[in-house]
Ligand binder design. Structure first.
Ligand code: 2AL
Length: 244
């Protein structure tokens, strides 16, 4: 069996549990999910500053996962923070939930919509569409205009807003699939898919199955070229723990 490390880059335990449950709901019988989050960092990731801070925690967890011998790593935040840096540190596959959900959407529809949290994070999703080459596949992007942690406040308001935005996207965007743009929405995909009659895709579960597929194909992060391990050099202060 294999162990897949699923990293919630923010420090909110409730969201880590939501993410872990989504990962476990699709994991193959022989796959163990190791759900983690950084000891220190940001409680939620809602912009460029938060992503920069979260990326350090992602790298610390990837290093721990590599030392624990995990068979792959999932970065369970829709900004995929630290993705390429993590691939330099890792010897196994590293997949972000945005890229995983986007890839899956292109396999079931010619165009997809994205439903995310705060309007200010829409630009981050746009940057990823450009980076991954999916701009022409994305018909539209929507935000529920609630903070990330509203998904964990128990009121159900954020979940209702996600549902409303998905219905609007289905009716207005001309897209055949919807990508959920937050790790905290991971538990909503199945129910929305059934209720709305359109593929609503969660990146956490998509990434877990992609890691399992890469493992089954004997594929892992290429260490030939720019994703080779970082060049050895003395790292100072808090970064010393990355050395060696
Ligand atoms: N667009 C987002 O809501 N990104 C996220 N911020 C988090 O803290 N987790 C996410 O998935």
């Amino acid at each position: 069996g294999c162990i897949i490390q699923v990293i919630n880059p923010n420090t909110s335990r409730a969201m880590t549990e939501t993410i872990a449950a989504a990962a476990r709901s699709v994991a193959a019988p022989g796959t163990k999910i190791l759900a983690v989050c950084p000891q220190e960092g940001v409680p939620s990731i809602e912009g460029h500053f938060d992503e920069a801070i979260a990326a350090i925690g992602v790298l610390q967890q990837v290093k721990l996962g590599r030392e624990a011998g995990v068979s792959g790593h999932v970065i369970a935040c829709f900004g995929d923070p630290g993705l390429l840096a993590a691939r330099e540190l890792a010897n196994r596959p590293v997949i972000g939930i945005a890229e995983a959900a986007m890839h899956m959407a292109t396999l079931v529809a010619t165009r997809f919509s994205i439903v995310t949290t705060l309007p200010r994070t829409l630009v981050i999703a746009r940057h990823l569409l450009h980076q991954y080459g999916f701009e022409r596949h994305c018909a539209a992007l929507h935000a529920i205009d609630l903070p990330v942690l509203a998904l964990e406040d128990g009121s159900g308001l954020a979940q209702q807003k996600v549902r409303e935005q998905c219905i609007q996207a289905k009716q207005q965007d001309g897209s055949g699939a919807i990508v959920l743009g937050c790790g905290g929405m991971a538990d909503l995909a199945r129910e929305l898919t059934l209720e709305l009659g359109i593929p609503v895709i969660d990146g956490v579960s998509a990434a877990v199955k992609m890691i399992e597929s890469l493992n089954a194909l004997g594929l892992s992060t290429s260490k030939h070229g720019d994703l080779d391990f970082p060049r050895a050099k003395p790292l100072s202060g808090m970064f010393g723990s990355f050395s060696g």
